[in-house]
Design a binder for this molecule. Structure first.
Ligand SMILES: [Fe+2]
Ligand SMILES: [Fe+2]
Length: 309
């Protein structure tokens, strides 16, 4: 089953690439023919963004660190962005964990509904410009919701949003995205992490932003969806990237505990599972400013445990 799991999504990724190619991703040539003027649409923005779904616990952090070298060698991503809302024992993030992730060369960290679970992160969220919590939280809450990171002369804007259905967010994701994009200013690419429970909110945000940003990626459910594609306006989209953590649990929790809680309807103390850790991510490739050429799903087992299951 594991082997099938690796093969299927990659086939889907190739399909997405083919779809985008048939859409006609030859901007410079087409522009020259139509107008007689070479608009010279910044060939220099050729780049790629690796976005990694919610790191769950220390096992998620270790899985990222062990998968990154192979991913860099294979895909050479310009930017790496990870969602870190579950990295501290399954809930929240600590300055130590965030520093370790950034030290591994990760360019930015996004969060979600567990952003404030650990108090020690509050000042860090205000001080560290490479970590973002949902932009549509209240302005008085610690941290920022948008940031710009730079690599090789390219600027990537990162926006984190929270859905409003079944999650607590002080303001609407759908009205706050405009001020968030304005705050980024002039950037080469924009990645929006829509951290939401409801698929409808994520799909709707994808359509709202199609043609305005490079990618809209969904997080929070910890289960990857099979709908990765480039929308007609050129925005890469997926409803949920999935998690980087234990597939052997229940969205990160030890399966015996999660099952017991559901069977008995009684409180159970949850612990993070470390069974069968996988990295779940997407790779977005782009050759035009703020538009994507392709989105490829990457689902890979933690290297040194690949033979253990
Ligand atoms: Fe999460
Ligand atoms: Fe979440």
């Amino acid at each position: 089953m594991a082997e099938r799991g690796v093969g299927e999504p990659q086939a889907g990724g190739r399909q997405a690439e083919e779809d985008s190619q048939t859409r006609g991703a030859t901007p410079t040539q087409g522009g020259s023919e139509n107008t007689g003027v070479d608009v010279g649409v910044s060939e220099s923005s050729e780049s790629s963004i690796l976005f990694v779904g919610d790191l769950v616990g220390s096992v998620g952090r270790r899985t990222l660190l062990e998968c990154l070298p192979a991913l860099r060698e294979q895909h050479d991503p310009t930017f790496v962005v990870v969602n870190g809302e579950n990295v501290a024992g399954g809930l929240g993030i600590t300055p130590k964990a965030a520093n370790e992730i950034l030290a591994a060369g990760v360019d930015a960290i996004t969060l979600g509904n567990h952003a404030y679970h650990r108090r020690e992160i509050y000042p860090y969220l205000d001080e560290q410009p490479k970590i973002v919590r949902p932009f549509n939280y209240l302005r008085g809450q610690p941290g920022r919701g948008a940031c710009v990171v730079e690599k090789g002369g390219l600027r990537l804007g990162v926006v984190n949003l929270s859905g409003n259905l079944f999650l607590k967010a002080g303001r609407s994701a759908f009205t706050e995205i405009d001020p968030a994009l304005r705050e980024l200013g002039e950037v080469d690419h924009i990645l929006v992490d829509m951290h939401a429970e409801a698929t409808s909110e994520k799909v709707a945000l994808g359509w709202l932003l199609d043609g305005r940003v490079t990618a809209v990626v969904g997080t929070h459910t910890h289960v990857p969806t099979a709908d990765g594609r480039v929308l007609p306006g050129g925005t890469a989209y997926i409803t949920d990237v999935g998690m980087t953590g234990p597939r052997g649990g229940v969205i990160g929790v030890k399966r015996e505990q999660a099952v017991q809680a559901l069977v008995t309807q009684m409180p159970v103390r949850f612990q993070t599972s470390d069974d069968d850790p996988w990295l779940m991510a997407v790779l977005v490739r782009a050759s035009k400013p703020r538009r994507a050429d392709s989105i490829e799903q990457i689902l890979m087992p933690r290297p040194n445990q690949a033979h253990g299951h």
